[in-house]
Design a protein around this ligand. Structure first.
Ligand code: PGA
Length: 239
């Protein structure tokens, strides 16, 4: 049985005390076998969350190794802070910070070079979905933002599904995951560990999404901030 990844992206939320309380509840919850839970808290909460023996990841990283890059954090520093994973190219970074596929690829390589696993996000806009160009967009993002070689996880997150309460149908999710898997087979010689889905995942839809063909896990935003809801999503990994 392959591993299911349940990834919680806390975005820019919670104080240290709140994050620590939530992490304690998640750590106390017994995940089903073959389930890997990873929390992506804000940078400042990384030590407090990892103290609860939960795997942690960062939400962003610098492509540079060290030096005069005020405000940035390197992959080696994230490793030092206890991270095992790093989100790269989340759609909020792409849209609010102008991140391009080539920058995202550089960041992903920096993460791999530090011995961590990048979780590289791709996904179409609502307009691309409606005009029927979504598979082209995703194939191009995969080809241009995924490093050649090394290990990584891909997160398929349709931009229109993030925080909106809207999700693609299971058939639509399966179609994109299949397209990503085949794009990867010629785009890179690296090893993708998993292809996860993200965008309005909650306890009520997690089980069916997690049982969809080609879905190796979920990346959860809003619903990862509530212990009960997130633990129900972890439980849904059992199928
Ligand atoms: P959401 O966010 O679950 O709140 O839609 C997902 C994400 O942005 O990773």
């Amino acid at each position: 049985m392959s591993t299911k990844y349940i990834l919680g992206n806390w975005k820019m939320n919670l104080s240290t005390a709140e994050g620590s309380e939530l992490a304690a509840k998640i750590a106390a919850y017994k995940a089903p076998q073959n389930t890997q839970v990873v929390i992506f808290p804000p940078f400042t909460l990384l030590p407090a969350v990892s103290a609860h023996t939960i795997k942690v990841g960062a939400q962003d990283v610098s492509p540079e190794q060290n030096g005069a890059f005020t405000g940035d954090i390197s992959a080696a520093q994230l490793k030092d802070a206890g991270c095992s994973y790093v989100l790269v190219g989340h759609s909020e970074r792409r849209s609010l910070h102008g991140e391009t596929d080539s920058l995202i690829k550089r960041k992903a390589i920096a993460v791999q070079n530090a011995g961590l696993i990048p979780v590289i996000c791709v996904g179409e806009s609502e307009q691309q979905r409606e005009s029927g160009t979504y598979l082209d967009t995703i194939q191009s993002q995969v080809k241009q933002s995924i490093p050649v070689g090394g290990s990584y996880i891909i997160a398929y997150e349709p931009v229109w599904a993030i925080g909106s309460g809207k999700t693609p149908t299971l058939v639509q999710i399966a179609e994109v995951h299949k397209t990503i898997a085949s794009a990867l087979s010629y785009a890179t010689s690296g090893a993708h560990i998993a292809i996860v889905y993200g965008g309005s995942v909650k306890a009520a839809n997690a089980r069916e999404i997690l049982s969809t063909e080609g879905v190796d896990g979920v990346l959860v935003g809003g619903a990862s901030l509530k212990a009960e809801e997130f633990c129900a999503i972890i439980a849904a990994a059992q199928g």
